[in-house]
Write a protein that binds this ligand. Sequence first.
Ligand SMILES: O=C[C@H](O)COP(=O)(O)O
Length: 254
Amino acid sequence: MPTSKRKPLIAGNWKMNGLGSSAPEFVTVIGAYMGPMRHAVDLMVFPPATLLTSFATATRGAGVLVGAQDCHPEPNGPYTGDISAEMIADAGGKAVIVGHSERRADHSETDALIRSKAEAAFRAGLVAIVCVGETADEREQKRAAAVVGEQLQGSLPDAAKAENLVVAYEPVWAIGSGLTPTIAEVEEMHGFIRAELAKRFGAESDKFRILYGGSVKPANAAEILTAADVDGALVGGASLKAADFLAIAKAAQR
Ligand SMILES: O=C[C@H](O)COP(=O)(O)O
């Protein structure tokens, strides 16, 4: 079981979904979070960049943090289409996801680039959620731990601290597929990640939150969220409906 010093975190990654008309779903989440839930669990929502400012304005003072799904390493410059960590902070964002497998695959992002994005997040005062995870082939070849270990080594900045870094373990084959690892496999990988963090960051490692991501739903949330060394979830599809997202958040309360 996670220790009491690690408050569970449920983070909703909306990916490339959501228009202005989606705001009521977020407002419902904010409303529910005004109750006792806020003492038991942290909530973050990562809408598309187009909704960041309006969501940040809507949540002001309500406790649900909003963030962006990616950032550029530089604070500004000739990088068409990109947004910087400073711009995210300026828009009211408090966190940024870096190294999601969809960006690693679709945008050829390397560990070194992801590390520089996490460093940019720290520079701007944001929390970085750094994603790691193996593909189905890599798991089949029994290389899952080696791949995740390499991603951690290459993607995490030396300056990482529990207050500015969250690790999200997302097996690529579990994302959006309805498939999940067994609880034993989740615990094995989260234990491995905790041990890797201990090698690199010493006693601080016990404070880092390690999220599980990949087909988390209300139906499987309780089992996953009570697994050893699972400190919350990075939720994709199920975060788009307030009722499902809140059911997952309730399952994280202890
Ligand atoms: O960032 C979220 C993950 O990619 C999980 O997505 P999913 O819950 O739709 O499987």
